[in-house]
Design a protein around this ligand. Structure first.
Ligand code: 6PG
Length: 479
């Protein structure tokens, strides 16, 4: 077997197959391997004309087909299947070779694998790949971690197959060492959940309060997609809402069960944020909203509980309400991205990754699920001030949120009065108000904790920790 392939892909389900085709279409010789070799041969039969493929049957043949340093991409399910493939191939590799994991692995697994394989001189590159099967084929946003050395060899290839931002730059960057790439992808997915939840709330408000039909709401989203909300998720929302179910002639959205599923990356984002002490309330509400939607029995048992049912506005008021919803959606979106980038920054500090937030927002401008014109604004904000404490500290975003204030609050008044759940909009506004508050009820929390647990507190007027003798004369002692 000639060792001529610049890249090898093992795991030829849809994502792996499409990435292999993408590499081949871009002029690379691609070695192919799959646990069942029928899939390997089917790919060559159907797509062999797209470029140079080297079909292999065994792990040994696959490795021998690769030029040095070997670049071996794993595209199998996260978790144990990935560990199994690593165990199969690592013994066949030599120092300087690299294993690239393009699955949605947990970044802690990636850190473990990178550490273990580094001992054998093998580079392990945990790589987020975003954009679904279409992106894998035509250009995803790619978030590799791993060593600088591996990026020197792999980066140019990823830059060639990646999506390109509107300014032509490749939507790939070396996110940072070891698990940084999978961490960034995880937060990307958390932001994706928040974006989808906010869009869902805007849809429900336009449906129940404004009284619009799915087709009318699709037109509203199409209009929003020509402005500051221009994004892939807004674009596909209009497509989903305008789709009519062939079997019933009803709006597609009305024949789909309202129970959202989740593979887990949004959940991880919240779990890690809890450990890092980063409030990602918008992402958390999005994860919980998906979980709540799945509790069918609890919902059925609660359906008759007291509370208002939305009464649609008259036509003359509906348009103005829709404009208010756009403001609330945009403001809440800024908050969700603020929270997501805060988590990336906190993870970067915790794991010493030195992640460039401007570079991350730049590669999210194309290819990925959250791709949006808006991300170019975030890139500009971080490029101008890499030490920006929060996106809300950026003057332009602060001005846009200021302009959205009244509408954002009015929409929440309407949602509350009409009994339409808007946990994402509400959490975003609560986060915003908490950030700007002069005093928070945390002072009372500290007093309570000191009362029942002697957990001490700090004073505003002098240094040190203190405890009040609540059970005695209530005098204060320095802890
Ligand atoms: C992407 C997507 C993808 C995600 C699936 C399912 O960036 O291409 O985020 O990685 O895993 O869309 O996601 P959920 O099942 O978690 O919604």
């Amino acid at each position: 077997m000639s060792n001529s392939a610049q890249i090898g892909v093992t795991g030829l389900a849809v994502m792996g197959r499409n990435l292999a085709r993408n590499f081949a279409r871009n002029g690379y010789t691609v070695a192919l391997h799959n646990r069942t070799s029928a899939r390997t041969h089917a790919l060559v039969e159907e797509f062999g004309h797209e470029g140079d493929f080297v079909a292999t049957e065994t792990a040994k043949e696959f490795v021998e087909a690769l030029e040095r340093p070997r670049r071996l991409m794993i595209m199998v399910k996260a978790g144990e299947p990935t560990d199994a493939v690593i165990q199969e191939f690592a013994p066949l590799l030599e120092s300087g070779d690299m294993i690239i994991d393009g699955g949605n692995a947990h970044f802690e697994d990636t850190r473990r694998r990178e550490h273990d394989l580094r001992g054998q001189g093998i580079h392990f590159v945990g790589t987020g790949v975003s954009g679904g099967e279409e992106g894998a084929l035509n250009g995803p946003s790619i978030m590799p971690g791993g060593s600088k050395e591996s990026y020197a060899s792999l980066g140019p290839m990823l830059e060639k197959i990646s999506a390109k931002a509107p300014d032509g730059s490749p939507c790939v960057t070396h996110c940072g060492p070891d698990g940084a790439g999978h961490f960034v992808k995880m937060v990307h997915n958390g932001i994706e959940y928040a974006d989808m939840q906010l869009i869902g709330e805007a849809y429900q408000l336009l449906r129940d309060v404004a009284g619009y039909s799915p087709a009318q709401i699709a037109d509203i989203f199409r209009t929003w997609n020509t402005g500051r909300l221009d994004s892939y998720l807004i674009e596909i929302t209009a497509e989903v809402l305008s789709h009519v179910d062939a079997a019933t002639g009803k709006p597609f959205v009305d024949v789909v069960q309202d129970r959202a599923e989740q593979k887990g990356t949004g959940r991880w984002t919240v779990q890690i944020a809890l450990d890092l002490g980063v409030p990602v309330s918008g992402i958390a509400e999005a994860v919980f909203a998906r979980s709540l939607s799945g509790h069918a029995d609890l919902r059925a048992a609660s359906r008759e509980l007291a509370g208002p049912k939305a009464k649609p506005l008259g036509e003359s008021e509906a348009g103005a309400f829709a404009d208010r919803v756009e403001q609330a959606l945009y403001a809440s979106k800024i908050v969700s991205y603020t929270q997501g980038f805060h988590e990336i920054s906190a993870g970067s500090d915790q794991y010493d990754w030195d992640i460039d937030l401007g570079a991350i927002s730049a590669i999210w401008r194309g290819g990925c699920i959250i791709r949006a014109a808006f991300l170019d604004r975030i890139r500009a904000a971080y490029d101008a001030r890499p030490d920006l404490p929060s996106l809300l500290s950026d003057e332009t975003f602060a001005q846009e949120i200021a302009a959205a204030q009244d509408d954002w609050r009015e929409v929440l008044v309407a949602a509350t009065r009409q009994g339409v759940p808007a946990p994402g909009f509400s959490a975003a506004l609560a986060y915003y108000d908490a950030l700007r508050a002069d005093r928070l009820p945390a002072a009372l929390t500290q007093g309570q904790r000191d009362f029942f647990g002697a957990h001490t507190y700090r004073r505003v007027d002098r240094e040190g920790s203190f405890h009040t003798l609540w059970g005695g004369d209530r005098s204060e002692v320095e802890a």
